[in-house]
Write a protein that binds this ligand. Structure first.
Ligand code: C5P
Length: 290
């Protein structure tokens, strides 16, 4: 391996979604943060694309992986390069609301810029990332960001504390387009503007209090498609270490914010014992970790 890096899991602390535009995409506003856990992406001299890790098999047989598409897109932007060997160690569940594909693509773009064109500007790399998906640019740097538009219009996130958290996935893959279709069918659209946001949150308790006034608008349609999400949210809400719990993205992964390291560890251990069939990971949110 010549170089490798973390492709951090993305969490939407809130996700406000509006009525669809004529092209089917939705206006949104989301505060996105990243975890100190994720997939790993590597560049090697031996050509070809290799998939590994516990969730690698879930991607076998799919069309071109986003890592490969990212490499080709950057090669094209630079006027043509030979794509080196690429390795994706898939440690995050797929179709899970964790931005895995976009984060993997972002990791590949960072590694390949380093190898091919260190002088290429951040803005140019963001344009390549944005061409790969609505949240491509937002997932490029693994740092907190406020995303608007379709997810491609980025601005600085408020100051955030590092958040001790537990991520839980009930083992069900959820299709993002299917969740958006169910959202449209329900026909309940609200304004995407968040409540007034302070310049900085001084503590996770203050953040949790503010988040209680926000929403993930994809939670109701995701719950309708994957009722297991309701079980996760109910369990998390009932645990004493949970300051705040919500589903991320289009699901099915949910997160619980905790007051500190000890609380997150305790919660994760209890959930693992209670539900060995769930994917449970204790992590820190914030970043940048990449
Ligand atoms: O752009 P990307 O392929 O990541 O989006 C996945 C799907 O999510 C789209 O096909 C679309 O159904 C939905 N989407 C949306 N509005 C957005 C972002 C994504 O409807 N702003």
């Amino acid at each position: 391996m010549t170089a490798e890096t973390l492709a951090p899991a993305k969490i939407n602390l809130f996700l406000h979604v509006g009525a669809p535009a004529p092209d089917g995409y939705h206006p949104l506003c989301s505060l996105m943060v990243f975890a100190d856990i994720g997939d790993r992406v590597g560049v090697t001299e031996a050509p070809g694309f290799r998939l590994g890790g516990p969730y690698g098999p879930a991607l076998e047989g799919e069309g071109d992986n986003l890592v490969l598409r990212a490499a080709r897109a950057l090669a094209g932007r630079l006027g043509g390069r030979e794509v080196p060997g690429l390795i994706l160690d898939k440690r995050l569940p797929v179709a899970a609301g964790l931005g895995g594909g976009s984060s993997d693509a972002g990791a590949a773009l960072r590694l390949l810029r380093e190898a091919w064109a260190p002088d290429l500007s951040d803005r140019d790399l963001e344009a390549v990332a944005a061409s790969l998906g609505a949240d491509g640019a937002a997932c490029l740097w693994g740092r907190p960001v406020l995303a608007e538009g379709r997810g491609e219009r980025l601005s600085a996130a408020p100051g955030l504390p590092v958040m001790d958290a537990v991520l839980v996935n009930p083992g069900v893959a959820v299709s993002t387009p299917a969740v958006y279709r169910a959202f449209d069918a329900a026909g309940r659209f609200s304004a995407v503007t968040p409540p007034p946001m302070p310049e900085a949150f001084e503590s996770v308790e203050e953040l949790a209090g503010w988040l209680a006034q926000t929403r993930n608008d994809l939670e109701p349609p995701a719950l309708a498609l994957a009722p297991q999400v309701a079980d996760v949210l109910e369990v998390l809400a009932g645990e004493p270490e949970t300051l705040f719990a919500r589903m991320s993205g289009s699901g099915a992964t949910c997160f619980a914010l905790c007051a500190g390291d000890y609380e997150a560890e305790t919660l994760a251990e209890r959930l693992e014992a209670m539900r060995p069939d769930w994917w449970v990971e204790r992590c820190r949110l914030g970043g940048p970790w990449a």
